[in-house]
Design a protein around this ligand. Structure first.
Ligand code: HEC
Length: 201
């Protein structure tokens, strides 16, 4: 009898917590207005976002993390023609452009990659963020197929390698087009690109 009471109490607490979470989600949704690229769908978290936004005190299940990485990796679309490298000059523009997907942005304009917000690239560019590692001299890693595939995959869906990465999913989330990704690849890897200025023989 005592156990039954405790179970009932637990169910009450859990359902109250669930109701609170539902109410919070509803409040969030009703306080948002759809405009341009900002849609209410963006309030819904996908499996990776749910896994990666648990409180710090909750340790994520490593098997679940591995399964999420595996799913991200198997959904990567490589360029059909095996041609990974576009024009680094256009890639520079994509990397330097921080516009796109905000409600104030014109959806008719191409999105940018905003790479400088988190990475150093051209070593002579003074304005860059440091959330991500410096990519200056990235081209020194070479342009062999494994390197091309690694870099493309990282840009397509960073969660394929790092479950809770803070980098945007440029391909998987439809932020950049395949051509823009090829241009950014060239910006990273072309020996002529300013990213590799004096750093790659
Ligand atoms: C919001 C921040 C953020 C933005 C924007 C961002 N990145 Fe990253 N990036 C990171 C972080 C953090 C890492 C390292 C951790 C990780 O791998 O998830 C990283 C890692 C990388 C790596 C792997 C580095 C290595 O040593 O192998 C590459 C390549 C890369 N980013 C390229 C880019 C490019 C190109 C862009 C723009 C199209 C970009 N990133 C935009 C945060 C960002």
């Amino acid at each position: 009898m005592k156990i039954l009471k405790q179970v009932c109490l637990l169910m009450l607490v859990l359902s109250a917590q669930g109701a609170r979470a539902d109410a919070a989600a509803e409040t969030l949704k009703s306080s948002m207005v759809e405009k341009n690229a900002v849609t209410l769908e963006r309030v819904e978290r996908d499996a990776i976002q749910v896994f990666c936004s648990k409180p710090r005190s909750v340790v994520g299940d490593p098997d679940e993390a591995a399964a999420l990485r595996e799913a991200a990796l198997s959904a990567v679309t490589l360029p059909g023609d095996d041609d990974f490298l576009g024009d680094w000059r256009k890639g520079l523009e994509v990397a330097s452009n921080g516009r796109g997907l905000q409600y104030t942005d014109d959806p008719a304009q191409a999105n940018g990659g905003n790479c400088y917000a988190c990475h150093q690239l051209d070593p002579e560019e003074m304005a860059y963020g440091t959330l991500g590692p410096s990519l200056s001299g990235y081209g020194a890693r070479g342009r062999g197929l494994p390197m091309l595939q690694y870099t493309w995959t990282k840009l397509w869906n960073t969660h394929a390698y790092n479950t809770c990465s803070h980098m945007p999913r440029f391909g998987a989330a439809g932020i950049l087009t395949q051509q823009q990704l090829k241009d950014v690849m060239a910006f990273l890897l072309d020996p002529e690109s300013p990213v590799n200025r004096g750093l790659v023989p």
